[in-house]
Write a protein of this length. Structure first.
Length: 332
């Protein structure tokens, strides 16, 4: 007999394993911005961009440690709202998460969908940008509607392909690094590194949102902190190596303020180049879209449970155990 998933808070079910959780975290962090931000950072700090990536990770790491401890002890749905509203103030908890929601609805989701479309149009230029964006949003809405287990499985598959695309760039570039391109490493001084680190910090945003799925993660007390311990180093290493390849393969003057495709063109060609530049960008946006639908819908659920919005919006599908009203609210 098949094992029935454990029912959790508000009718949700614990169906996400450790691999799902890591895939959601890494996919939620890595977006298409890494393809553009790296070149912008090189323009600010030159060959020191790998160091800037490491420095940029420090605030995120220090923030994640106590958050992981809290989520391990008290896993819940919509933790970004529930933790501050219980510990500090319901008003400030609501205000902070409502700001996140407005950013997602008015900026995040449309931007992710249109960027996804832009990458797909590189392969199929005759397609409509708006139509592709709408189809992408509809697809991930439906994936999340039919269950967190389905959404998690889709995320794992996309995560694997994304990692292969990024590792294609790294593995192809590392043997082609010229040491002369890495010197002088500190040509822009400490201030240049500091400014670049501030910019690259945005590439790490999204690491904390797994706490919003705490009620749907199996053995959450173990898997949430363990997923942080796995996913954060993965992202830091990937970012740092991407930065090293981008400044090491060709002189900084050629890659400053340029996308990763400029350096990739020196060691990747044909299908591999397309797989990295287009496939990597597509999957970076797709994993972020899927993860955003996951955690965003839970905010409406906990708002309704606390009667910040009408209580009826806390309804959860009996068939799929998903917050259908929250997902519908996320669908622009």
């Amino acid at each position: 007999m098949a094992k029935t998933a454990e029912t959790s808070e508000l009718g949700l079910k614990r169906e996400l394993g450790l691999l799902d959780t890591v895939s959601i975290e890494v996919g939620g962090i890595i977006g298409a911005g890494i393809f553009a931000l790296t070149g912008m950072a090189i323009g600010m700090c030159g060959a020191a961009v790998p160091i800037a990536f490491l420095i940029a990770a420090l605030p995120m790491v220090f923030a994640i440690i106590p958050l992981g401890m809290l989520a391990s002890a008290l896993p819940t749905v919509g933790g970004s709202f529930r933790y501050p509203s219980r510990i500090f103030s319901p008003f400030w908890g609501f205000l902070g998460v409502w700001g996140i929601m407005m950013g997602i609805l008015l900026g995040g989701l449309p931007l992710y969908a249109y960027t996804f479309a832009d990458y797909l149009l590189i392969l199929f230029p005759s397609l409509s940008r708006v139509a592709v964006a709408v189809v992408a949003l509809t697809f991930f809405f439906l994936v999340n509607l039919v269950g967190i287990r389905t959404a998690g499985s889709v995320q794992v598959a996309m995560f694997v392909i994304l990692m292969i695309a990024l590792l294609t760039y790294i593995a192809g570039g590392l043997p082609n690094i010229e040491i002369s391109n890495l010197t002088p490493m500190f040509s822009q001084g400490f201030m240049g590194i500091a400014i670049a680190s501030g910019l690259l910090f945005f590439a790490y945003m999204g690491a904390n949102f797994i706490i919003d799925l705490g009620a749907e993660i199996k053995n959450a007390g173990r898997n949430i902190p363990l997923s942080f311990a796995i996913s954060i180093p993965i992202v830091i290493v990937i970012y740092t190596l991407i930065g090293l390849v981008d400044v090491g393969v060709v002189p900084c003057e050629m890659t400053a303020n340029q996308p990763l495709s400029v350096s990739a063109g020196n060691f990747l060609s044909g299908p591999l180049a397309t797989f990295f530049t287009v496939g990597g960008g597509l999957l970076a946006m797709a994993t972020t879209l899927n993860a955003t639908f996951m955690f965003g819908a839970r905010y409406i659920l906990v708002f309704a449970d606390d009667e910040v919005v009408p209580k009826c919006l806390a309804a959860v599908s009996k068939r799929f155990a998903t917050p259908h009203w929250g997902l519908l609210f996320m669908f622009p």
